[in-house]
Design a protein around this ligand. Structure first.
Ligand code: ADE
Length: 234
């Protein structure tokens, strides 16, 4: 392969299914129970993969993409629950920073800090996040937010739980279950990454119902439009 590929990682089957038809010269390699689909989209070498859900599954997938497939950069797509006021179902959030909201080794380390790294927040790559934000803006009718996304191994499905997150992390725009794990793995490898999420629910008492309805109806179409637009302009 002439260039190492850009990795596009989906959290959900629906999204991968929407992206696969874009892939030319496709061949699939199976490793660690996952399928890695190599090919070309708009002339760009890419590898598409499904991460599975949660921080460990996401970090494992990211490490395989960087170490076994030499991915030069990694984009994580999926859905998230809206936390900040005005971050509503159907909006898109491009992460500028990521944090694990369930990381707590206090009092040994400050709450949220990843032990022995000295930090709680991991920055997304500026150029990659800029490019995904531009791609999102050119998808008409989609409202874009940029800032902090928080991740943890918990689906937030009550107003009480999302109130707690808002109180602890007032600048968090959205919550999901993988992004900050990918951020930490990519930081270890020194590889650029970005996270783009479509809001499927408000992380409130109706979150589980909204989530299921949304992934069937909208999420994969939005992801496909953003990724296609991004790769057409790389
Ligand atoms: N992904 C989508 N919605 C979510 C929520 N409410 N909590 C965690 N992850 C999510």
């Amino acid at each position: 392969m002439p260039h190492s590929p850009a990795a596009i990682v989906s959290a959900m089957h629906e999204e991968l299914r929407a992206l696969l038809p874009l892939l030319d010269d496709r061949h699939t390699v199976r490793l660690a129970g996952r399928d890695f689909h190599h090919g070309v989209i708009h002339g760009q070498p890419v590898v598409l993969a499904l991460s599975g859900i949660g921080k460990v599954a996401a970090a494992t997938t990211a490490v395989l993409l960087m170490h076994a497939f030499d991915s030069r950069q990694l984009v994580f797509t999926g859905v998230a629950g809206g936390l900040a006021a005005g971050v509503n179902v159907g909006d898109v959030v491009v992460a500028r920073q990521l944090l694990q909201h369930d990381m707590d080794a206090s009092p040994l380390f400050p709450r949220f800090e990843v032990p022995l790294t000295g930090r709680a927040r991991f920055d997304a790559d500026t150029d990659l996040a800029d490019a995904l934000a531009a791609a999102t803006r050119s998808c008409s009718g989609v409202r874009l937010h940029q800032g902090l996304i928080v991740s943890g191994d918990r689906f937030i499905a009550s107003a009480a739980d999302s109130d707690v997150l808002r109180a602890l992390l007032p600048d968090a725009l959205a919550v999901e279950m993988e992004g900050a794990a990918v951020a930490q793995a990519c930081a270890d490898f020194g590889r650029p990454f970005a996270v783009v999420r479509t809001i499927s629910d408000r992380a409130d008492d109706a979150a589980h119902l909204d989530f299921v309805r949304f992934i069937d109806e909208v999420a994969s179409a939005t992801t496909r439009a953003i990724i296609e637009e991004w790769l057409a302009h790389v």
